[in-house]
Design a binder for this molecule. Sequence first.
Ligand SMILES: CC(C)(COP(=O)(O)OP(=O)(O)OC[C@H]1O[C@@H](n2cnc3c(N)ncnc32)[C@H](O)[C@@H]1OP(=O)(O)O)[C@@H](O)C(=O)NCCC(=O)NCCS
Length: 118
Amino acid sequence: MYLIAWEDAQPVGHAHIAWSGTHLGLPEVQDVFVLPEKRRRGIATQLTHAAEEEARARGWNSISLSVSQEGNVAARLLYAKLGYDDAGADPVRVSGPIMLRGLPFDVDDTLVYLTKHL
Ligand SMILES: CC(C)(COP(=O)(O)OP(=O)(O)OC[C@H]1O[C@@H](n2cnc3c(N)ncnc32)[C@H](O)[C@@H]1OP(=O)(O)O)[C@@H](O)C(=O)NCCC(=O)NCCS
C-alpha cells in the first residue's frame, strides 16, 4: 500500500506499507520520501501517523521500519521523535541493487530495525 501526501493537486511525499513478508513479521513502513523543498513541515510525520492508523485499523498493535544505522540523521531523528525504539534485532547489511517503485537503486548500508507500539 502506498500512501501519498498531497498539497493541493501536487503529490509532495509518499510512504509504502508492506503488510506481509517483512523482516520482523510486523507491518513495515518503507520508502518514506518527501520532496526536498517540502521538508521540515511535518509531512513525513503525517505520512508515518497515517501508516500507523492503517495498521491499527487492521488490528495490529505494533509497526516496524528500518533506518540506516549510522547515516541518514534526518530519518533517525524523525523516528526517535515519533516514538520508535530499537527492535533488538541484529542489524542487517544491505548492498547491491534493490527494487523501489519498479526501479533498481544501488544501496550499501547497514540497517537497524525499529518498532513502535500502537
Ligand atoms: C527523512 C524525511 C522523510 C523527513 O521528512 P520531513 O517531512 O522533512 O519530516 P518532518 O517535517 O515530519 O520532521 C519531523 C521531525 O523529524 C526530525 N527531522 C526531520 N528532518 C530532519 C533534518 N534534516 N535534520 C534534523 N532533524 C530532522 C525533526 O525532529 C523534525 O521535527 P522539527 O522539524 O519540529 O524539528 C525527508 O528528509 C526525506 O524524504 N529524506 C530522503 C528520504 C529518506 O531518507 N527517507 C527515510 C528512509 S528511512
